[in-house]
Write a new protein. Structure first.
Length: 134
């Protein structure tokens, strides 16, 4: 919903200055370390200029390399960050401990994770929640 005069909530409450509310489900395969490439669903909510992105399902499989994973379908322009951002995620890599990894979300809508462990082991990218501005 995009409005020029503010957003109405219910019958009598208007929020001035809030001119955008949208929920969007982004589905894409993830190219990179897993074979076959898994599908990832990212649930996005935009309120004004703030985007909240989250997943509810882990992405897993046997990790074969390379050291990056990329969402094959870019986020739509209305959900892309205003500038390049780096978010953090957790990965289980076959050991009892989770490893911290990062994901770069760019103004082109690409999302790229970087990993720091070798191939041939099970790897699970755990669910995440990120927030940025557009």
């Amino acid at each position: 919903v995009t409005t020029a005069g503010g957003l109405s909530i219910g019958k009598n409450l208007y929020v001035a200055g809030l001119n955008h509310y949208e929920e969007y489900t982004h589905v894409s395969t993830v190219a990179g370390p897993w074979s076959p490439s898994p599908t990832m669903t990212i649930y996005c909510t935009r309120i004004g200029r703030v985007v909240h992105a989250m997943t509810t399902t882990d992405v897993s499989g046997t990790y074969y390399g390379p050291f990056t994973a990329t969402v094959n379908t870019a986020l739509p322009a209305r959900f892309r960050p205003a500038g390049y951002i780096r978010c953090f995620s957790l990965v289980l890599n076959g050991t009892p401990n989770a490893e911290v990894t990062w994901a770069d979300v760019s103004t082109t809508g690409s999302i790229v994770w970087s990993f720091m462990f070798g191939g041939g082991s099970p790897a699970t990218l755990l669910t995440f929640t990120w927030t940025w501005t557009v």
